[in-house]
Design a protein around this ligand. Structure first.
Ligand SMILES: [Zn+2]
Length: 141
């Protein structure tokens, strides 16, 4: 069962994001990394915003990240999501990938469980059309 309704529409990935989603389909959380200055970025774009290089490699994120920020949503912005209230939206950051943050959800957290700096661990959930989505669970270690 998915954290949010499987009735939510899934966006069509852009040309640049297709490779990110391809890695996700293999349960790999990979981020674009500049082949010149080695700065990682997300969402994927064709040119490095740090040095303007078009050279791109991919870097696998650690499986554990930290909550950089979060919010809890109490009002449904889409009809398909009204039964999921309240739900959280988190920004997750990863050691070694400075200034890169991933928007996601923590699937096992009540609002009071969320805290900036709390460790979370990536899990994979099947979304609309069978696409695997990177979501997170609380890291209780
Ligand atoms: Zn660069």
């Amino acid at each position: 069962m998915s954290y949010l309704s499987s009735l939510l529409p899934f966006p069509t990935p852009s040309f640049d994001a297709a490779e990110f989603w391809h890695y996700c389909s293999k349960r790999q959380l990979m981020f674009q990394t500049c082949g010149e200055c080695a700065v990682s970025r997300h969402p994927p774009v064709p040119v490095c915003p740090n040095c303007n290089s078009k050279s791109t490699t991919w870097t696998e994120a650690p499986h554990v990240g930290k909550i950089f920020s979060y919010t809890v949503v109490y009002n449904a912005s889409h009809e398909a999501i009204k039964d999921n209230l309240p739900y959280n939206i988190v920004l997750v950051e990863f050691e070694g990938l400075e200034d890169l943050r991933l928007v996601s959800n923590v699937v096992d957290a009540k609002p009071a469980d969320l805290a900036i700096g709390r460790n979370v661990e990536v899990i994979w959930e099947e979304g609309p059309g069978g696409q695997l989505l990177p979501r997170f669970k609380l890291n209780r270690e």
